[in-house]
Design a protein around this ligand. Structure first.
Ligand code: NZQ
Ligand code: ZN
Length: 386
């Protein structure tokens, strides 16, 4: 196992009825902003639960944070936070609302010019942010228990991420009953996103870390077993609870500690969203199978282990077993209506050089756990997935 530091102070408050505890969790004596998305929280009763958990508290509300939260919208919230001297932000929504709030919280205290710069320039580190907490309504991103935020800038068609301990939520309430109101598409997206988060931290090369491998495999198997139960019956509380916790565990830093990490699928996927607006998880379902194929030599040992331990593929030549592991993964995504080809979105080969040029212009020569997925191989991955 490699050396690591693992710091995760997020107070997770998990279970049915836990939104009631908000009153004990938010700070007193400071102005609070409640940030939300397009209005699902009004339809499923989450807004009412939040309000009744905070009786008598005057909240400044900021709604309209879009899926793939936009810099342009978030900057409006930054103004409100500054003007009203907000001292705490409560995010109520999915990953987009949480990520948006992390950006707002950091941008409001940023004094070195345009906050967009901390997304474009890796050398700029976010060290301060308005404290934030969350009521997470969509198991998928893990944003409720990590310091990541991904923001889209419409004017330049860019989608970029930053990471900072300063934006780790103080607390996150995870009430699995929020799953009951999720549309099928969002459940499917959530399963794939969490699955690929695990794969990005697992499907690399062995570093003799059996405990990390088995943590990762347990999450994958749980998603395979519990995900379909949630799709079939949205009111299955236990399945919803297991799905929700699996999604959180997939990207809270634990399984990635001490092991190499890939993230090439996400890096390429973000461009598919930036240029074509494809849902985040759906981009991953397209890219991952291509990466498994193109990197089948570099990832050989882990591909075989994945096939055997997650899909039960134990016989045949190594190549046949790897083929089977890829096929099973594709079939899993497609079993709940998530396409794995670009043609499903009417994207043809002309688009591939656009992505490759963007990476080249950013000075990127290679991505992945060894930095050896070259720009030519990015093209190969996307060509395989046409
Ligand atoms: O906006 P509202 O009206 O709330 O509706 C949302 C939205 O339309 C709806 N929704 C959320 N909870 C619901 C619900 N509808 C009914 N019932 C509920 N309980 O679902 C739609 C999608 O929401 P969104 O927040 O966009 O989805 P998700 O949680 O998948 O977040 C995606 C964003 O997170 C980023 C993605 O890039 C994307 O921008 N990611 C963040 C990560 C992180 N912070 O670590 C890691 C991920 O890899 C990912 O990149
Ligand atoms: Zn993701």
């Amino acid at each position: 196992m490699q050396n690591f530091e693992f710091f995760n102070p997020v107070n997770i408050v998990f279970g049915q009825g836990q939104i009631k505890k908000l009153g004990q969790l938010v700070p007193t004596g400071t102005k609070i902003m409640l940030a939300y998305g397009g209005g699902s929280i009004f339809k499923n009763g989450v807004y009412d639960q939040v309000k009744s958990a905070l009786p008598g508290l005057e909240l400044t509300e900021f709604g309209g944070i879009e899926p793939n939260p936009r810099y342009e919208t978030l900057m409006k919230a930054v103004e409100v936070v500054k003007n009203e001297k907000i001292g705490f932000i409560l995010a109520v929504g999915g990953g987009s609302v949480l990520d948006g709030v992390k950006f707002i919280a950091a941008a409001a205290l940023w004094t070195e010019g345009d906050p967009w710069n901390f997304l474009t320039n890796r050398k700029l580190v976010v060290t301060r942010a308005v404290p934030l907490g969350s009521v997470m309504t969509l198991p998928a991103t893990g944003s409720e228990m990590n310091g990541n935020s991904v923001v889209t800038r419409l004017s330049t068609q860019e989608k970029l991420a930053f990471n900072a301990d300063a934006v780790l939520p103080v607390f996150s309430i995870l009430d699995p009953t929020v799953v009951f109101s999720l549309p099928e598409k969002q459940v499917a997206n959530g399963i794939v996103d969490a699955f690929v988060h695990v794969m990005e931290q697992y499907l690399t090369y062995p570093v003799d870390s059996p405990i990390q491998d088995r943590f990762a495999e347990s999450i994958l198997v749980t998603l395979i077993e519990e995900g379909p139960k949630v799709l079939v019956n949205r009111n299955d509380y236990n399945a919803a609870a297991n799905f929700m916790w699996a999604a959180t565990m997939a990207l809270n830093g634990l399984i990635g500690a001490g092991v190499p990490q890939d993230w090439a699928t996400h890096t390429i996927g973000h461009e598919l969203t930036a240029f074509h607006g494809i849902d985040h998880a759906r981009t991953l379902a397209i890219v991952l199978p291509g990466i498994m194929q193109v990197k089948r030599v570099g990832k050989r040992e882990k591909l075989l282990q994945f096939g055997e331990r997650v899909w039960g593929v134990k016989s045949g030549s190594n190549d046949a077993r790897i083929d089977e592991a890829i096929l099973r993964t594709v079939a899993f995504f497609e079993s709940f209506g998530i396409p794995t080809k670009l043609s499903a979105y009417n994207i043809g080969p002309d688009f591939i050089p656009v992505i490759c040029n963007r990476f080249t212009n950013r000075g990127i020569k290679g991505i992945g756990e060894k930095g050896d997925l070259t720009i030519e191989q990015v093209s190969e991955v996307l060509t395989l997935q046409l």
